[in-house]
Design a protein around this ligand. Sequence first.
Ligand code: ADP
Ligand code: MG
Length: 423
Amino acid sequence: MRFEEYAIAGELKRSLGEFGYQKPTDIQFRAIPSILKGEDVLAIAQTGTGKTAAFAIPVLQLIHQQKKDRQAPFLRAIILAPTHELARQIHEVFQQLGKYSKVISLCLTGGVDQAPQIAALKKGVDVLIATPGRMFDLISQGFIKPDKVGILVLDEADHMLDLGFIKDIQDLTRLLPRKRQTLFFSATIDAAIKKVAYSLVHNPIRIQISPKNPVAKNIDHRVAFIGMDEKRFFLERLVHENPDSRIIAFVRTIVRAERVVAAMSRVGIEAQSIHREKEEADRMQVMENFKLGKVKLLIATDISARGIDIPNVDFVINYDLPEQAQNYVHRVGRTGRGKEKGLAISFCSPGEKPVLEEIESFLQKPILVLEIHPEDYRETLQMALDPNEDWKSLLKEAEEGEKGGKKTRKDSSNKKKARKKGK
Ligand code: ADP
Ligand code: MG
């Protein structure tokens, strides 16, 4: 079935066409009719399968329909997301798909001045796409009145209902009308969180697609065993061998992120980092640079693991393994989106093997191993010597070359290139 045949407004069909959406994805096909009927939905589908439009299309349709009689805007729907970046991205989808509709949407995140947000709220808004912090500030200041909100959407629902946010969400639901529609979307959910979700709704329709394999099928994901102190050399090699590729490398901490950026910079590779301690303007700039391809290597903490949709990310590298097993699914899910294919490689040090086991038990299957031949391993370390030591090794190699015609470092990397080309 094509979107053309859906019982939705012509204004939405027009923007869907312009957006290049012709047919619904599986999750859209399953979720849209239920949401249009007013049902509560818990929808679990793999990363990159179009969950945003699965709620954006019916929410826009329902509100557009309500507004036909030229009603003034009032707050009818709240969409909550865990990060500023994701809230902005969802807002973009609402704006693009809602371009010809009567629906007014606003993105509300912290980190930026609240005055323009208050001004926009005063003018009237139908849909709010927000991170919880700023939204609660503005509720307590009296600028947001959620008492007529008929639809609440939690994107990345398991994360939103996780310890950090659950109290906020419960407080919010107390302010909403009793009769409302609640929608949960995520790629992962466990039994405990499912129970919390159910406590917030009445008779939800549960929609689950490919539950047996949480990693999207377009993603080829492998684990490579690499020593902790040697990871940077392998990242360096990957970048050099794939100069046109877009790569996201995930690290465990903010300090690690900055260290990797510095290590890459020492060998002439430009990388930028994104994490919670960055100023909002910097975070936006980094995302923009990466999306435009100005910077090809993004070093991220788990902040960007959830929901971010950047086309053509060729590789996801788990430079450090994620501490929470479900984040493995979200991190590798930044590649292989929509119809694209992607490759994800986890750099696993000996100390991280227990974490790997946890991830594998979460996935209920082992991750294929990317075998690195010992000679390749040695060569990677050799090719990527720190530039501070480089002149020393060059001198040493030159001396050895003069002495006994031994292979120099240059020879070996040329040989490597030739071998790669010949493949
Ligand atoms: P998810 O939330 O499931 O991870 P997104 O909503 O971010 O996935 O969508 C992933 C990608 O698929 C986006 O680039 C989006 O534009 C694209 N997409 C979504 N729905 C469709 C559709 N019906 N036809 C074509 N592309 C789509
Ligand atoms: Mg999403």
